[in-house]
Write a protein that binds this ligand. Structure first.
Ligand SMILES: Nc1ncnc2c1ncn2[C@@H]1O[C@H](COP(=O)(O)OP(=O)(O)OP(=O)(O)O)[C@@H](O)[C@H]1O
Ligand SMILES: [Mg+2]
Length: 603
């Protein structure tokens, strides 16, 4: 969603993208038909009033017939009632369709994005997308709910009014007609510019939303670094730049509307003058002139109204274009069909073969360079390596958040590209390095993988992860609410809860990315107990920053320079892997607990 090329396309494609929104109208044909009928009826009634006026003036007044006047007023009253009902129906259904369509577009965009490959959100900022879904669909909502209806109504009035003008008086109508191109040409010229400015202004608005989201979410960092003033400055810059683009857009629009008014009413003045001469000389009746003026105002008013909403439609086209872009973003992790669905009791033997990988954001910086290993069912393997070696990256690949650039990853002999993503991810339990929790209760967070999980499942998971104790100590227990991002728990508590969450789905493979900082010695030994308790029930791949974890493992793999440099037990690696020995000396030196045997890293 690069803004530059988006803008280029915006000017060339015009309303084409609005068609994307039109497909969303398809399910609501009935409402659209009702709204259109109401539209036609109200326009028809309004137009017929001019004819009524002519009759009243020419016959009722001129011929002095009060009976005629009374009759006409009865008809008039009937028309007013019809107009009232018609207007109600039109307004209700048109707005209904506008609200419904924008709600559907919101749903469609979200439903598409939530299943998209994570790499997409590295190239396109999620907060920006978020603000777009809100601002762009809101714009679309007002446009479909009102501008489109105004445009259609006025187009009907314009055409009908023009026909009736000719019916009433041909000579005067020609004067009106002559001014039409004078009005339409500036409309098109200004409209173009309004549209491209509108896209820019929506883009700027999105960046305003982005900063609010980021600053407020990280409020402690902002304040800890005394960054408030700088944030104010950056925010003001964005707001002002959005403002200046909007003002340019508004200026274009003001010119447009003003010019149209001048031309239209100029034409009316000329017409009045010519028509007035005709009435005076007796060539035209007063009623005819009155009706004519009525229609002329209707035609002029409708052109004015169209010119005003034309710009809105242009803006909506810009907004739709961005939403359609999001909707059409292809998923880069397609599953080969027919997809393999892993059964609940699949052994889940994991085989990684010669995997090479670079992140889409930095394609020239390989992270993994030929990684191969096997994780047997029930086995526990610890993965160690320096910071930035690519350990967390490997977890990303195992869950298929990205595909390797080359090489293969297979589960029970099925390439990940062939495995149904839901079944793959439900066999894998994942504890992220930064244990992310969501707003909601502890229970909501715990039952995240399986909202139907029984109380028993939840208790078991809490016991296994040693989280039961602190959860029970909370006054509201599992029903304790958490604020956004899990605010309200300590780092260690968050991590234990994240482990419990991963266990609720009874995964076959547990991927545990140990956080280095969050745990004290006591919690650490608890986690160690947890891992001990889990051993055998599922296979585990643990990114280890702690000796206690490493000691429990059946095997240890040393990751360096994107490949596995050594594999074996702690003692074996201490003896023959220089890198591991060095790593253990630094990494585990202060992690050594009193129960650490003498053969440990510290020795
Ligand atoms: N989304 C990303 N886009 C581009 N590069 C990335 C991305 N995530 C990580 N990297 C880079 O990939 C490399 C490996 O990162 P990774 O997170 O796998 O390291 P790690 O071994 O888990 O380190 P640590 O022990 O510090 O957690 C790093 O050089 C990092 O800068
Ligand atoms: Mg990591």
């Amino acid at each position: 969603m690069s803004n530059d090329d988006g803008l280029d396309r915006a000017t060339s494609k015009d309303f084409g993208s609005l068609r994307g929104a039109l497909t969303f109208l398809a399910p609501y044909k009935l409402q659209v038909v009702v709204a259109s009928l109401a539209l036609i009826v109200t326009a028809g009634v309004t137009l017929s009033m001019g004819q009524g006026m002519r009759i009243v003036i020419d016959r009722g007044f001129s011929e002095g017939s009060s009976e005629m006047l009374a009759q006409s007023l009865m008809v008039f009253t009937g028309l007013v009632v019809l107009l009232t009902v018609g207007t109600f129906v039109r307004f209700y259904y048109v707005s209904w369709v506008g609200e419904r369509v924008s709600a559907d577009i919101r749903l469609a965009v979200f439903n598409h994005l939530i299943r998209l490959h994570p790499g997409f959100f590295e190239k396109n900022s999620p907060t920006e997308i978020q603000s777009r879904i809100t601002t762009d669909t809101t714009l679309l909502q007002t446009v479909i709910g009102s501008s489109v209806s105004i445009a259609l109504r006025n187009m009907l009035m314009f055409v009908g009014g023009l026909i009736l003008l000719f019916v009433t008086n041909v000579k005067l109508s020609l004067i009106v007609l002559a001014s039409v191109p004078l009005v339409v040409l500036p409309l098109i010229a200004f409209g173009r510019r309004v549209r491209s400015l509108s896209r820019t202004s929506q883009d700027r608005l999105a960046t305003v939303g982005t900063q609010v989201g980021e600053s407020l979410r990280q409020i402690k960092i902002v304040q800890a670094f005394n960054h408030e003033t700088e944030d104010e400055r950056l925010f003001a810059e964005r707001v002002e730049s959005a403002f200046s683009v909007s003002v340019r857009r508004v200026a274009q629009r003001a010119w447009l509307v003003g010019a149209v008014m001048l031309l239209v009413f100029g034409a009316i003045a000329v017409m009045l003058w010519v028509g007035g001469q005709d009435v005076l000389s007796g060539n035209t009746s007063a009623g005819e002139l009155a009706a004519f003026i009525f229609y002329a105002f209707i035609v002029a008013g409708s052109v004015g109204a169209i010119s005003e909403v034309y710009a809105d439609l242009q803006r909506a086209a810009g907004a739709t274009e961005r939403l359609v872009e999001l909707l059409r973003a292809p998923n880069e992790l397609p599953v080969e069909q027919p997809a393999t669905v892993l059964s609940v009791d699949a052994p889940c033997r994991l085989e990684v073969q010669d995997v090479k990988f670079a992140y889409p954001l930095r394609p020239d910086m390989p992270v993994l360079q030929g990684l191969s290993f096997v994780l047997e069912p029930g086995e526990m393997v610890a993965l160690v390596g320096t910071s930035g070696a690519g350990k967390s990256t490997l977890f990303d690949l195992l869950q298929r958040f990205y595909d390797p650039s080359s090489g293969s990853i297979a589960l029970d002999g099925h390439e990940l590209t062939q495995v149904d993503l839901n079944s793959l991810r439900s066999r894998i339990g994942f504890v992220p390095q930064d244990p992310v929790l969501f707003a909601g209760t502890l229970r909501d967070n715990l039952a995240y993988a399986d909202p139907q999980a029984s109380e028993l499942d939840l208790r078991r998971a809490l016991q296994l992860s040693n989280a039961a104790e602190f959860v029970d100590a909370l006054p509201q227990g599992l029903d304790t609410p958490l604020a956004e991002a899990g605010v309200g728990l300590s780092g260690g508590q968050r991590q234990r809860l994240a482990i419990a969450r991963a266990l609720v789905g009874s995964p076959k493979v547990l991927l545990l990315d140990e956080a280095t900082s969050a745990l004290d010695a006591q919690s650490e030994s608890r986690i160690r107990e947890s891992i001990l308790g889990l051993k055998g029930s599922c296979s585990m791949l643990v990114i280890a920053h702690r000796l206690s974890t490493v000691r429990e493992a059946d095997r240890i793999m040393v990751l360096a320079d994107g490949v596995i440099q050594g594999m074996g037990t702690h003692n074996e690696l201490m003896a023959d892997n220089e890198l591991y020995a060095h790593f253990a000396r630094i990494q585990f030196a202060d992690g050594a607990t009193p129960e650490t045997p003498v053969d440990s890293a510290a020795s």
